[in-house]
Ligand binder design. Structure first.
Ligand code: N01
Length: 487
């Protein structure tokens, strides 16, 4: 480590990486570089441009606490507004000069003798730093289904996160596979223009009403001029999320109320008993991510829409063949089939102390102390790492908690030049044992989702509230760490 301030590499210029950079900069640590694989910042909000792409967490909460925005156009802003916000914040904090675009990290290696990280990118460049912070998110790698014949389809096809805007869907027969948070946003947008929409549903979603609104000029003025007004709106949504999250473990009665609201919503919007039956979930609410929409069900009741629940057998040149032998002809197939959420940091190869490979350490599923630090990976930190996703609430709030914690670790390093810092195995193990016990009591165990890996281990979610995580990460306990002089 040179001088008092560690040099830092942050991977990823989405909400996590930018939030991390701001936290460092605000605390006087300015020797950082953000490596971003794309040519622009924004992470998932740059990638997901499908029609209707929006955040289903209210914007006053889905924003940095220190960068309130009084003039959000809507309560649930679309991707353009969110991306615009992140760009503005990045510029305001003069972070653009810290970002290297087109830097796709392939591998990173900790060097025991120097106590530094060597980070390599696909273009052959090498970066060396004292501290490595990954902020690559959990949902940055689209997952295509493993369906036979997928490559034989004669029409056009794309994943929802790689929406092909050159394809005009007007008058086309469109097969949509998947009924997650992405699909329920684009299905209502494309249904009015397509000739035929066939929605292939493997599992019915729990869908709640969305209390969306366009903020009016008077509200913008109120938020901008009346001290605390925007904070009240933010706090209100935060408190609702905290209340609902109590239902995950402590008070299941809360989730039963939420389920009743969702079923009422379905019954109100879908009168056809056959369609209603198809759309009724058969697993506990909360097991998969809860969804919010006022226009998803109505879109599915239209004459040009059909919900197909027979399992898909294969993709054929003409379309989708279901297990009953029917070929559902299609001009376009849209895969709303989610992301490789449990493959943390994949496909980067990360080597820690003694050449240990992170993917080997995580063979049975990713785990990290507080989702942030991993034994034998000195001076390495994770933003939005394992078990830090929320069933309800704002990931930006979690990211802020992690950034503050990591900043404390960087401070420790700055105060001990020439040293490295790594979490001891015991606190990490204690943390994970308690975490897994608590996870066993959550509804996430009762279905498959991107929260669990193929062995069934829940690697993605935090089984508690936003506040409980904030409390756990508020102050870094130095006794949890080995702080040793680099050889
Ligand atoms: O993906 P998903 P997503 N045959 O994994 C189905 C975030 N997000 O892109 O449920 C047939 O939720 C699969 O079926 P099943 C949010 O965190 C946030 O929609 O496994 N179907 C499922 O229906 C979200 O949770 C916002 O039975 C197949 C769907 O594909 C996450 O992104 C907005 C299949 C995948 O659903 C992912 O959402 C949008 C197969 N072989 C997204 N394989 C916000 O508003 C998969 N499926 C913040």
């Amino acid at each position: 480590m040179t001088g008092r301030h560690p040099s830092i590499i942050i991977i990823g210029a989405g909400f996590g990486g930018i939030g991390m950079a701001i936290e460092l900069q605000r605390n006087g640590f300015t020797d950082f570089t953000i490596l971003e694989r794309s040519t622009a910042l924004g992470g998932v909000w740059r990638e997901n441009t499908y029609p209707g792409a929006a955040c289903d967490v209210p914007s006053p909460l889905y924003s940095y606490s220190y960068e309130p925005k009084p003039d959000w156009p809507q309560r649930y802003s679309d991707w353009q507004a969110i991306l615009g916000y992140l760009r503005t914040v990045t510029e305001r904090h003069r972070l653009l000069d810290h970002i290297v675009f087109g830097a796709d990290v392939t591998d990173a290696e900790f060097d025991d003798p120097t106590g530094q990280w060597t980070v390599r990118t696909a273009d052959g460049a090498t970066h060396i730093a004292d501290v490595l912070i990954s902020a690559v998110g959990q949902l940055s790698r689209p997952a295509l289904p493993n369906l036979p014949g997928i490559e034989t389809f004669a029409g056009r096809s794309f994943h929802s996160a790689e929406w092909d805007h050159d394809i005009d869907l007007t008058g086309k027969r469109v097969a949509c596979i998947g009924t997650g948070a992405s699909a329920i946003q684009y299905v209502p947008r494309i249904q009015p223009k397509v000739a035929q929409l066939t929605l292939f549903q493997r599992t019915a979603a729990w869908v709640l009403p969305k209390f969306d609104t366009d903020y009016k000029p008077i509200q913008h003025k109120l938020f901008a001029r009346v001290p605390g007004a925007l904070l009240v709106e933010r706090f209100g949504w935060w408190a609702i999320a905290e209340f609902v999250s109590l239902g995950l473990v402590e008070f299941p009665v809360i989730t039963r109320w939420v389920a009743a609201i969702a079923l009422h919503h379905l019954n109100e919007q879908v009168t056809d008993p056959e369609l209603r039956a198809k759309l009724t979930p058969d697993y506990p609410i909360g097991c998969k991510r809860g969804l919010f929409s006022n226009d998803y069900y109505p879109a599915l009741t239209q004459p040009n829409a059909e919900v197909e629940t027979t399992p898909i057998a294969e993709i054929v040149p003409a379309g989708v063949r279901t297990a009953d032998g029917t070929v559902h002809e299609a001009d376009v197939i849209i895969y709303g089939t989610g992301f490789k959420g449990t493959e943390f940091l994949w496909p980067m190869a990360i080597y820690g102390r003694g050449g240990r490979k992170l993917s080997d350490e995580w063979q049975d599923g990713a785990h990290a102390h507080l989702g942030i630090t991993v034994p034998n990976f000195p001076n390495m930190f994770l933003v939005y790492g394992p078990n830090t996703n929320l069933g309800v609430g704002s990931i930006i709030y979690m990211i802020e908690s992690q950034a503050r914690y990591i900043r404390q670790a960087v401070r420790l390093l700055a105060d001990r030049p020439g040293h490295t810092l790594e979490v001891r195995p015991e606190p990490e193990e204690r943390f994970n044992t308690a975490l897994q016990q608590r996870l066993n009591r959550t509804p996430w165990n009762f279905c498959t989702s991107w929260y669990r890996n193929s062995a069934g281990r829940i690697t993605n979610n935090w089984p508690g509230s936003q506040l409980s995580y904030r409390r756990r990460t508020r102050s870094l306990d130095p006794t949890d760490f080995l702080i040793i002089r680099a050889a």
